[in-house]
Design a protein around this ligand. Sequence first.
Ligand code: ATP
Ligand code: MG
Ligand code: MG
Length: 677
Amino acid sequence: DDAKPTNFLRGIIERDLLEGRYRGRTFGGSPGDGAHHAKGVADPARVRLRFPPEPNGYLHVGHAKSICLNFGLARDYGGVCHMRFDDTNPEKEEQEYVDAILDAVRWLGWSWDAHGTSHLYYASNYFDFMYRAAEYLIETGHAYVDEQTPEQMRANRGDFATPGTDSPYRNRPREESLARFREMRDGLHADGAMVLRAKIDMASPNINLRDPAIYRIKHATHHNTGDRWCIYPMYAYAHPIEDALENITHSICTLEFEDQRPFYDWVLERIVPILRAPQYEAGRKLVEAIEAQGLEAGKEFALHCHNLAHKLFGSEPEQRMLSMFRRWEHDREAVLKDLPAFFGLLRQHPEQFTPLLAHALEERRIEPYNLPHQYEFARLNLTYVITSKRKLKQLVDEGVVDGWDDPRMPTIVGLRRRGYTPEAIQLFCERIGVSKSDSWIDYGTLDIALRDDLEGKAARAMAVLDPVKLRLTNWAEVFGSEAHREPCAAPAHPHRPELGQRSFSLGPELWIEREDFAEVPPKGFFRLYPGNKVRLKYGYVIECTGCEKNAVGEVTAVLATVLPDTKSGTPGADAIKVKGVITWVAAHEALAAEVRLYDRLFTDPHPDAGGKDFKASLNPHSKRVIQAFIEPSLAQVEPDEKFQFERHGYFCTDRIDHTAGQPVFNRITGLKDSWAR
Ligand code: ATP
Ligand code: MG
Ligand code: MG
């Protein structure tokens, strides 16, 4: 029943594959096989996608949707998905976030270390090319340096009802813009003094096309490029270039970017001549060959180039390439580690590889790539949840939660710590599908996926979360001694006998749930009240005889007698019919455990919709820590193990705080949906 539902993106990809739109030309084949290569050998058509987070925070469940979508489409259509950091904005980006993001994507089940499936890239490795493309735009009359103040620029942009006003700098000579742009690069101007803008149309009804900024001055240290740059490209300009340099076929993003698509295309169309310069094509083809077919194919191609060019590898990058191919034989790990930096170099400085690659490209008549195309899908909106890194960061910074991995957080690390499994999150993402219109997904959908995943996997156990003593007053009479212990057993999993049995024992004193006793039973109450019989799960039938109370009238112990010959699994056990079965843990062997009961973080199903103050609807009861008793079979469990506590729901030992000596469990979710209240 979990057959992959089709969606509009699958439709587009299938059409494109059918039309051979992304068919490449291979470098493969034996060297010297000239005729073969002159025509070009059709590659299997290949979709190329990417997941491009900005390393400015931890990933959340919304990103999981995008991750599963992009990596999943690549897997399903035999393509590739690049793990790419969109790290073009130095101020908010940090190595901590880079590491956390890689960890989260890996944990969700995707990888980029393996050959041919995915590779890791950093947009900041393309800064040289982006700069070069910007100069090219200036040279061809498509960009200018604007020296208006930010206030003037804002005022002159107009709004939805009013067209913008041209900047007085708009028609300055190209040489002047170029000189200014180089001064910007060389650090001669302060932040905000001027910007490079695309020259499009100040009257466009699409405000994104009113001469958008493409480069700005920012004297800031970048986590990857350090202080090498003091100008940085704007996202809307950088993104299409990143996609094109990586030969992305389908650039999938969320609906907010729909109005940016014309600019995405505008940029690429303008820079086609340099994107398609033979050496760039060849560089990208080489990278693709290595990505798709492993280093062997790249090596073959490089050696072919080498032969063609009738010369040794001369330039520094060429030598580096050669040494890489040599090391490949005996030190694959190290070579694989070097690849991203090498690819970055190749992508943005292919001229250093000429005439080698250009020559080879011509020889093989490799066709240029089609330009990438942007498609938009509806972002994930989950009820009771905030999916904005900025707002989540606020909760962390202000101490509202205990960190990015607080089990109440919708971050991947938070979900993981809470006990959600990668399989459950993947299942959830498959089930919600993708569409072109925004909607809200009920949080319960995620929990249903979790239960569907854990139902068959999680071992069962008994735990008493709100304990009150139960005393079996006729124990010695029935079993001969107060010290007698009656062994009991239960399956680790009701439908998986191969997981074996858990064993525990019954004694005269037990812990039971406080709510399982009522001195005066409400209507329809089948559990303990004076005169009523219930079964102790996996044990005996008992009959309640009363209770003990303290001075303020609280029940301190429930009293009952045990009925001989009624033990579960023994002949005649069913002779006495009861309507209630209760869970328990024997006092003599119960383990004390800290249990953290989590509830939704917000009381409003749409905490930040329509610009609402999301902190106004924080749920004051989102975390409750209790002391519980758990059955002895849980004495040695490792951190991050999942269980179903019978009747209570799914629980997980805390990844960070749990030890066998001091058990800590998190409630992942209950057994039934409680979200759609
Ligand atoms: P945030 O606003 O939370 O910072 P973002 O979109 O700015 O999110 P990015 O790091 O740029 O964060 O996101 C990486 C990718 O994840 C983008 O392609 C983006 O479209 C996608 N993404 C982000 N949030 C969601 C969401 N709620 N649902 C689906 N995809 C999302
Ligand atoms: Mg973003
Ligand atoms: Mg954002």
